[in-house]
Design a protein around this ligand. Structure first.
Ligand code: SAM
Ligand code: SF4
Length: 329
């Protein structure tokens, strides 16, 4: 088990497959991009599968989410998913993507064993998409969403980050778009994880504000609060249900006390929290011939040191050195 000293057990592993991306969302990356990890620093398919086998076989991981950077840019992704699906006990396999390339990959990924997908979509307006992501690729994202639903990756979840004065007023339109297509929509508070360190609390659209904006057009009733469990999203019934919308108040309504996540970067570092300021290196022992049990023990120790909360609201908060795209969101 991956237990920490506060009684939490990590069962949900987020695996970054690459730190590269084909968008430049302003809350994540600067327009010029970042210094990508050099190829040899990244785990090979065999190395990452070995770590996954240790995670599900020895450490109680039951859910694996592939992310990045943009995971669809990882060569051999369908093969990685297929090999993950062949692990025993078989984990649930999901993917978080910006949707570019999904129109081609959704079917093969589904066939390889992908169970669920989250597609990030902050706007339906082409010029706002360019403002937000510095790339004119909205049609590809929308085609990817359709392909995901057609491939049976349902329910397709859609994540949006609202930016003040840019796409915040678009929230009801985004929600309606998702309702009409049977997608599950979740709005996420912007977190201080951008490479430029440009996050400002005053600019963040809070969970309260998200609910106010949506309430202008929908009646929202909190879903059974007992159902939240370790899920970060607070769920609300829309106009009496059964459709729901999720609000992830990572900053103003932290869910750290129920967190069941652990992360692994593309270069084989374990992070026990998005906001952790230390990492545990699994790549060096992996490449030096360590046994499965030695690696598992290192991983257990990394999770055991997990702090009780992310500390964003503490006066001395310091952003982690790696940005979101290099950690794996
Ligand atoms: N490229 C993929 C994508 O965009 O879905 C996967 C990686 S991305 C880092 C994962 C999620 O993190 C996306 O939904 C994105 O909107 C979100 N994200 C990125 N930076 C964020 C920030 N500063 N605050 C909140 N969410 C953020
Ligand atoms: Fe790329 Fe995802 Fe970051 Fe946007 S949020 S720049 S799509 S990694």
């Amino acid at each position: 088990m991956l237990a920490d000293s506060y009684g939490r057990v990590a069962t949900d592993l987020r695996v970054s497959l690459t730190d590269r991306c084909n968008l430049r969302c302003t809350y994540c990356m600067p327009p010029e991009g970042l210094d990508w990890l050099p190829g040899p620093a990244q785990l090979t398919d065999d190395e990452l599968l070995r770590l996954l086998a240790i995670a599900v076989g020895r450490l109680g991981i039951t859910e694996v989410r592939f992310t990045g950077g943009e995971p669809l840019l990882r060569r051999g992704l369908t093969g990685i998913v297929a090999r993950t699906a062949a692990l025993r006990p078989r984990p649930e396999i999901s993917l978080t993507t910006n949707g570019i390339g999904l129109s081609r990959l959704a079917g093969p990924l589904r066939q390889a064993g992908l169970d669920r997908i989250n597609v990030s979509l902050d706007t339906l307006d082409r010029s706002t998409f360019v403002t937000l992501s510095k790339r004119d690729r909205l049609p590809e994202v929308l085609a990817g969403l359709e392909a995901a639903a057609a491939a049976g990756l349902s329910p397709v979840k859609v994540n949006a980050v609202l930016m003040r004065g840019i796409n915040d007023r678009e929230a009801p339109r985004l929600l309606r778009f998702c309702l009409e297509r049977g997608y599950e929509m979740r709005f996420i508070e912007q977190m201080p994880l951008d490479a430029q360190h440009g996050w400002r609390r005053e600019d963040m659209i809070t969970a309260d504000e998200i609910l106010t904006i949506l309430s202008a057009e929908f009646t929202l009733i909190p879903d059974d609060p007992g159902k939240r469990g370790s899920a970060p999203a607070e769920s609300f019934l829309i106009d009496g249900g059964p459709a729901r919308v999720g609000v992830i108040g990572s900053v103003t309504r932290p869910f750290c006390a129920a967190c069941d996540r652990v992360r692994r970067t593309a270069d084989g570092q374990v992070r026990n929290c998005l906001f952790a300021r230390e990492e545990s290196d699994l790549r060096t022992p992996l490449r030096a011939g360590a046994s499965d049990e030695e690696i598992a023990e290192r991983w257990r120790q990394a999770v055991a040191r997990k702090l009780p909360g992310h500390g964003i609201n503490d006066p001395g908060f310091l952003q982690p050195a790696r940005p979101m795209s290099a950690i794996g969101g």
